[in-house]
Write a protein that binds this ligand. Structure first.
Ligand SMILES: Nc1nc2c(ncn2[C@@H]2O[C@H](COP(=O)(O)OP(=O)(O)OP(=O)(O)O)[C@@H](O)[C@H]2O)c(=O)[nH]1
Length: 416
């Protein structure tokens, strides 16, 4: 019996030993297998982080379904009356398009500037009925006595033609009417046209200097007191230049009124022109400097700078405008200084013109709001006052209501 128990114990021990050996061998084999988890030294990760791969991922990696969504949702491709599965999200494409439109506002193509004055001639109706028609009626009288000539003089003075120019015109008309003898309406019209055109002058260069030269853009400073339409004119002038094929940068150097910069930026955005602006109340000269710098960097043709023209004191104005000009000239010469005057202010406008002319060298005049006045003669008096040509006239609040000034077309509009 003891032998049997001994044999069983030996057998159990032997089985246990064999089993232990088999299990531990299996475990060792399992531990020898490589781990499936990545390690910090895995080369794949730094490879994937290479900038080239981030910049230009393979086409397949860019959500291949994405381009199909807007296409299927486009009204052109959707069959009318068919409830397509893609149409289940009608708002999505609309929203995408609305967002896109908001992000990139449509750039307008302004109307060409040639012939604008002719197109807008009816806007001069108030000046036409007093100045143009008034003079023609007086000159058509059977007898041109002293009283009639005095009335002609009065008409010219009321229309702001100015004393000197009025005298010159009346003298010339008296002589020519005497020589002419009998007068037909056509002859009278022709006579008056010639004399008015002569007074305005056809010799002066009325183009706005806006052509790029050397490495830099042409720089145009727009000056004038607040409220005359200076900011609006700068915006409209950007359109005139863009219409004529120029690339423009705007400088919102009127930092006095925050809305002025917003207003200018909106004008710029409409024609795709960049607007450089500074903080409200900031230094106008610094904004003007930055605008020209931007214009050089962008390689544009023209930089238009809307300046702040507060007429508190002449000294203040002189300091401010003088500084703007000096600072801008660090980049190169200023090509044009346009003085904006409100035609409806009459003599007051002439006083402003005198003050500005003492501060900066004005190279051109912009007369705004000629649509709202019977005093079209201011074109003549302001030119005489400053010895500088009127280059542009404002004939309304519309975006394309700023016209290059043409003496012949202007007089034709006055005479009807
Ligand atoms: N009828 C008419 N209105 C004009 C003309 N030009 C400008 N205006 C209006 O004049 C008003 C004043 O224009 P702004 O451009 O804001 O004047 P501003 O001189 O820049 O004034 P600040 O921005 O305060 O410096 C606006 O309502 C313009 O629409 C024009 O030729 N005809």
């Amino acid at each position: 019996m003891e032998y049997v128990i001994l044999a069983v114990v030996i057998a159990v021990v032997a089985i246990g030993a064999i089993t232990g050996l088999v299990v531990s061998g299996k475990r060792r084999r399992e531990l020898d297998q490589p781990s499936p988890r990545p390690t910090v030294t895995a080369p794949a990760e730094p490879e994937a982080a290479k900038p080239e791969q981030v910049k230009a991922p393979p086409a397949e990696a860019q959500a291949p379904e994405a381009p199909e969504a807007p296409e299927t949702a486009q009204p052109e491709t959707a069959e009318p009356g068919t409830a397509q599965p893609e149409a289940a999200e009608p708002g999505t494409a609309e929203e995408v398009r609305a967002e896109e439109a908001e992000a990139a506002p449509a750039i307008e193509v302004p109307e060409p500037t040639a012939g604008r004055l002719v197109r807008l001639r009816s806007r001069l109706s108030r000046s036409q009925s007093t100045l143009g028609k008034g003079l023609l009626t007086l000159l058509s009288r059977d007898r041109l006595d002293e009283d009639t000539w005095e009335e002609i003089e009065e008409t010219l003075l009321t229309a702001d033609v100015g004393v000197g120019a009025t005298q010159e015109l009346v003298d010339n008309l008296r002589t020519r009417v005497k020589v002419l003898g009998t007068r037909t309406p056509d002859e009278l019209r022709g006579l008056l046209r010639e004399e008015l055109v002569k007074l305005i002058g056809t010799e002066a260069d009325r183009t706005v200097r806006s052509v790029k030269h050397g490495d830099g853009p042409a720089v145009v400073l727009v000056v004038g007191v607040n409220g005359v339409g200076k900011t609006t004119t700068t915006g409209k002038l950007a359109r005139v230049l863009v219409a004529d094929g120029r690339k423009v940068v705007l400088g919102a150097a009127d930092t006095f009124r925050a809305a002025a910069a917003d207003q200018l930026q909106t004008w710029g955005e409409r024609v795709g022109a960049h607007t450089v602006r500074g903080p409200e109340g900031g230094d106008p000269a610094s904004v003007a400097f930055d605008a020209v710098k931007q214009g050089i960097a962008d390689g544009v043709d023209t930089v238009l700078v809307d300046t702040a023209g507060r007429l508190h004191t002449k000294t203040g104005l002189m300091d401010e405008l003088g500084k703007v000009k000096r600072v801008v000239e660090k980049h190169g010469p200023v090509d044009e200084v346009l003085l904006v005057l409100d035609a409806t202010t009459g003599q007051n406008g002439l006083v402003q013109a005198r003050v500005f002319a003492e501060v900066v060298d004005i190279t051109g005049i912009v007369l705004t709001k000629l649509d709202g006045t019977a005093k079209g003669g201011i074109v003549i008096s302001v030119q005489r006052e400053l010895g500088v040509p009127v280059k542009l006239i404002g004939l309304g609040e519309g975006a394309d209501d700023l016209a290059p000034f043409e003496p012949g077309a202007f007089v034709d509009a006055l005479l009807g």
